[in-house]
Design a protein around this ligand. Structure first.
Ligand SMILES: Nc1nc2c(ncn2[C@@H]2O[C@H](COP(=O)(O)OP(=O)(O)OP(=O)(O)O)[C@@H](O)[C@H]2O)c(=O)[nH]1
Ligand SMILES: [Mg+2]
Length: 359
């Protein structure tokens, strides 16, 4: 055998720890990191309004590890009796309209009048962009530091249904942690508005004034969902244009059928940048709340939403269960090819796959 001395395989002895580091405290730190708080510890942390416990519990909700599902459900159940004391506000608008800047201005206004604000997002595309909210921390500089605010970027997931469910569960935890105003941002693309609309009490559409063609390119469905339209960037040269847009939107909103809530949607202008008109947005929401709490629409809507989300969750999980079934997964591609080339009808193929699944 050759001498070990020159071999590349020779391992030198490790460098000893300098004496300044106490090995016992090092071990304690390592041990602490490994210990995951128990479900009960997380629940009591949340109920004591501890943001770290809240964040950790949300991480469990967002986890795709099946071991975490049960824990997450236990936490949600533990928090549920303390949830529901809030107003949930959905905010949508196309990219660049000023959602982040608005939420910063609106959120800091709300904390200044004593509210506790949680900002969440539903953005299924965030799997790629890694979350829009914290991406622009600079736009929410003040709110991020605000002790009475909590900001959490969108959960990631393959389906909108999955992302939306996680956000809905997160709302419950935030409310149990003492947040009384929940803001849920969504990007103005795809079906995410509908998902957010079905989890909030009030839906706010953010717009900017254009060149007199306000109503163009705006999806009718979104207009119909809106409880208020806020025209942002009403500052500088834009003030007059924003006022004009306000008139035009007001006229357009009157053409829609009356809402079940009895509420007539309102249009207002603001500048998120200059922080003007922000209080009037809150006044509109307060007026809405007074109406729907008195006519009991508020409770009825939440009850409907709960039922809707139960059914949605069943749909989502049945679908997942079907598509992740190994026998389905292995034959699905083959069926897809056959359907595409007319070798089998889509209906017959679906029947065969379902039969395989139920076998
Ligand atoms: N003049 C003016 N500019 C504004 C106002 N609000 C936002 N902006 C600017 O508009 C741009 C877009 O603002 P954001 O807040 O990032 O818009 P967003 O809707 O969050 O955009 P996405 O995150 O890309 O969907 C930024 O350059 C802002 O500074 C406003 O009230 N007035
Ligand atoms: Mg943004």
């Amino acid at each position: 055998m050759k001498s070990n001395k020159k071999s590349a395989l020779k391992e030198n002895d490790g460098i000893p720890q300098p004496e300044s580091i106490s090995t016992s405290s090092l071990q304690k730190i390592v041990a602490k990191r490994k210990v995951q708080p128990s479900v009960n510890e997380l629940i009591s942390g949340i109920l004591q309004h501890d943001k770290i416990a809240l964040s950790r519990a949300i991480t469990l909700i967002e986890s795709t590890n099946p071991e975490h599902f049960e824990k997450a459900n236990e936490i949600i159940n533990g928090c549920l009796p303390y949830a529901n004391q809030s107003v949930r506000i959905g905010i949508t608008g196309v990219p660049g309209v000023g959602k982040s800047t608005f939420i910063e201005a609106f959120g800091t206004y709300l904390t200044s009048i004593g509210k506790k604000v949680a900002v969440l997002a539903v953005d299924p595309s965030s799997t790629i962009s890694h979350g829009s909210i914290l991406g622009d921390k600079t736009r929410m500089e003040e709110l991020v530091k605000d002790e009475n605010a909590f900001i959490r970027p969108s959960a990631s997931g393959e389906t909108l249904g999955g992302v939306a469910r996680k956000t809905r569960e997160t709302i419950i935890l935030c409310e149990a942690a003492g947040f009384d105003t929940i803001i849920i941002e969504t990007v103005g693309v795809g079906q995410s508005e509908t998902a957010v609309h079905s989890m909030v009490d009030f839906f706010l559409l953010l717009k900017i004034a254009g060149a007199g063609d306000e109503l163009q390119g705006i999806k009718r469905g979104i207009m119909e969902m809106a409880d208020t339209i806020v025209i942002n960037k009403a500052d500088g040269d834009n003030v007059a244009k924003a006022k004009l847009a306000k008139t035009e939107f007001n006229r357009a909103l009157h053409l829609f059928p009356a809402k079940n809530s009895g509420w007539i949607p309102k249009v207002t202008t603001c500048s998120a940048y200059e922080k003007t008109g922000i209080d009037s947005v809150w006044n509109i929401i307060a007026e809405y709340l007074e109406l729907v709490k008195n006519n009991d629409y508020f409770n009825a809507k939440r009850q409907n939403q709960n039922q809707y989300w139960m059914l949605e969750t069943i749909n989502e999980q049945l679908k997942n269960h079907f598509y992740t079934n190994p026998s389905i997964a292995s034959s699905l591609e083959n069926y897809k090819t056959q359907v595409a080339t007319n070798q089998i009808s889509p209906f017959a193929a679906a029947q065969e796959l379902l039969k395989k699944y139920f076998e």
